[in-house]
Design a protein around this ligand. Structure first.
Ligand code: PNS
Length: 161
């Protein structure tokens, strides 16, 4: 079975993330979306459990598993028997960061292959950070995040009356 890990912070999951999950499901037999406990990223808006539930609420596919991990990604990938780590690319600006991470992961373990998938062009500018910021100021985030995430963000930041 060809299993891929799609790791990330997903704080919150966006339409871009869902796009990458759906593309991965077309390429692999099973996809594990792995929400990272990422102390380096500072305080998160959603807990890891909330993020897992949101992803699960957005895509129901028996070949999709939503999990969390801490520690090194390559160790988790090996533990899960993954043949690839999937990451999404939006723009050239993503490349530098992804290139560094992929090469560091390869240095740590040569057996885990990095696979980069491009999101649909309508998702190119969407990032979790910008979604959080716009939502905090009650901007319109419809079309940027799936329904369950939209509702969760409205609960965090109730729209002004
Ligand atoms: O969505 P993000 O925040 O860009 O995801 C980054 C993530 C979680 C994939 C990355 O920080 C990661 O792999 N963290 C686990 C720790 C690790 O393995 N670090 C070395 C990789 S260079």
């Amino acid at each position: 079975m060809r299993l891929a890990i799609y790791p990330g912070s997903f704080d919150p999951p966006t339409n871009g993330h869902l796009d990458i999950i759906n593309r991965s499901l077309r390429l692999f037999d099973k996809v594990v979306v792995a929400v990272a406990f990422n102390p380096g990223k500072g305080s998160a808006l959603f807990s890891v459990d909330e993020r897992k539930s949101l992803i699960q609420a957005c895509i129901q596919d028996p070949r999709l598993e939503v999990d969390s991990f801490s520690g090194l990604l390559v160790d988790y990938a090996v533990k899960r028997g993954a043949i690839a780590v999937v990451r999404g690319l939006r723009a050239v600006s993503d490349f530098e960061y992804e290139f560094q991470m992929a090469n560091m992961n390869r240095k740590l373990n040569v057996s885990v292959e990095a696979v980069f998938l491009m999101t649909n062009e309508e998702n190119f500018y969407i990032s979790s950070r910008l979604v959080r910021e716009v939502a905090a100021f009650h901007g319109d985030i419809r079309g940027l995040v799936p329904g369950p995430v939209l509702q969760a963000l409205h609960r965090k930041y109730p729209p002004p009356a």
